[in-house]
Design a protein around this ligand. Structure first.
Ligand code: BG6
Length: 364
């Protein structure tokens, strides 16, 4: 049921304030500044025992895994990384007893991710799931997990499930942090920020008409760059992924820091860049990169925060509300969903069922 929306993707984007409410409901504990994630089936002692976190997923779920790895490193100070489950399963991975493995999947049926889980379990590793579909193959195979409660997602390009994955990672990072060195006050700071997300997402969605105008401009280009660094890099990757999936335009993500090590050679009037420029400790460096792109004739569209001062730079902006720095990627991603959606709409493609793609890939 489209409920009056032209596409499922539009509906699912708009549902995000409510779907984020659902993943956090009953899971935030103000007294101790922690998240309640009983479904993980891990005692505080077990949670303390992990010295590494490895996140596995495919496509957008892999990119959001990278968002999660950064949150875990920042809040819990445990080395964490994300890997494409489709690669991990084929490379005889080393499974360690003190690593917490996290499988991320909307459908819970993606064969590459399911196989990665099997491989971890076969070798005696501990794996939990961050899964949307209750009772799915991956959810059942894991030792525990956090259900996303995003509700059914129909559009092939994932939106609300991904946002809930990112929020789910914030809850896991909080849990891992609070059995280590994250203070009660810092825990509370993150809890308050998580609670504010639904209202902030709503305020981004209110800017849809402006974002649609930007989309018309970028849809003209045959090829685009999406750039971000550290927290912003997985945001750029997801932005590029969504763009290519539904608008069939070549969109490539780079770390902003890597531009000068190669891709800058491609910049000219015909190749616009979508730059993720949050207000944080790297703002100055990001602005310097924007300046370098502009100096080579490249157009830039920035996804940024209100207080970032672009000075003389003539750069159109999509401004998102500021949250705590660790959670910024959650909100920075939302306008990129709308940018991809409106670019595809402008170009007249089949938004909910892009060519050559399936909602979940369950065969080899
Ligand atoms: C891809 C889909 O095939 O699978 C992506 O096209 C999705 O949208 C990816 O992110 C992973 O799917 P799931 O269900 O495991 O999250």
């Amino acid at each position: 049921d489209l409920g009056g929306y032209p596409h499922y993707m539009a509906k699912e984007i708009q549902e995000q304030p409510e779907s984020v409410e659902r993943i956090i409901r009953g899971r935030l504990d103000d007294r101790f500044g922690v998240a309640r994630l009983d479904g993980l089936n891990l005692t505080p002692r077990e949670l303390r025992g992990f010295s590494r976190v490895k996140i596995l997923g495919c496509g957008s779920a892999y990119y959001v895994g990278q968002v999660g790895a950064t949150m875990i490193e920042e809040l819990a100070r445990i080395p964490a990384d994300a890997e494409a489950a489709s690669e991990f399963r084929y490379r005889n991975p080393i499974i360690e007893a003190d690593t917490l493995y996290i499988a991320v999947s909307q459908s819970g049926e993606t064969i590459d991710t399911a196989f990665a889980v099997e491989e971890i379990k076969r070798k005696g590793g501990r794996v939990v799931g961050l899964v949307n579909v209750v009772g799915s193959t991956i959810a059942r195979a894991c030792d525990g997990g956090v259900y996303l409660h995003a509700g059914p997602e129909i559009a092939v390009a994932s939106t609300k499930a991904l946002t809930n994955m990112a929020v789910g990672f914030a809850l896991i990072a909080l849990t891992l942090g609070r059995v280590r060195d994250l203070s009660n006050a810092d825990g509370q700071r993150i809890i308050d920020a998580i609670r504010a997300l639904p209202g902030q997402i709503k305020s981004i969605l209110d800017f849809e008409p402006e974002i649609a105008e930007h989309a018309k401009t970028v849809a003209v280009a045959k090829s685009l760059f999406f750039v971000g660094r550290v927290r912003g890099y997985p945001v750029a990757r997801e932005g590029a992924q969504k763009f290519k999936e539904i608008s069939y335009r070549h969109a490539e993500a780079y770390q902003t820091s890597e531009l000068k090590h190669g891709p800058l050679a491609l910049i000219d009037e015909a190749l616009p860049t979508v730059a993720v420029v949050p207000s944080d400790e790297l703002t100055g460096r990001n602005l310097a990169a924007v300046q370098q792109i502009k100096a080579r004739g490249g157009a830039v569209l920035a996804v940024t925060h209100e207080n970032v001062d672009f000075g003389e730079l003539d750069v159109p902006r999509i401004v998102v509300p500021k949250t705590e720095p660790e959670l910024d990627p959650i909100l920075l991603t939302i306008p990129l969903q709308l940018l991809a959606y409106h670019a595809a709409l402008t170009l007249g493609y089949d938004i909910d069922k892009p060519r050559n793609l399936a909602k979940s890939v369950t065969v080899e």
